[in-house]
Design a protein. Structure first.
Length: 99
């Protein structure tokens, strides 16, 4: 499997986990199971790709297979950005509902 696909899968899973963690821990911003999954996945992949562009070491070794440092970086970046996007979408949802 290509290193890029491995990175995307790691970012996707970490983003979903981050979205669910943010939604459940901050119940005001909870989007439900499907909403947390979608927002977390988009945030995880999007944020992970931005971080990978800013910090090329997160892409892994030049040979293709990512090393443990890049995997941890992808997990942290994807999880954090998935959580952040879930909170932002939850905040926007609450602002729209209050009008």
């Amino acid at each position: 499997m290509s290193g890029t696909i491995v990175n995307l899968i790691i970012q996707l899973i970490a983003g979903i986990a981050g979205g669910h963690a943010a939604g459940k821990s901050l119940s005001d911003y909870d989007l439900g199971a499907l909403g947390n999954t979608i927002a977390g996945a988009i945030g995880g992949v999007g944020g992970g790709q931005i971080l990978q562009a800013l910090i090329p070491a997160l892409a892994g070794a030049a040979g293709g297979a990512p090393d443990i440092g890049s995997i941890i970086g992808q997990l942290v970046g994807g999880g954090a950005s998935g959580a952040i996007l879930t909170i932002i979408v939850g905040l926007l949802k609450n602002m729209m509902a209050s009008k």
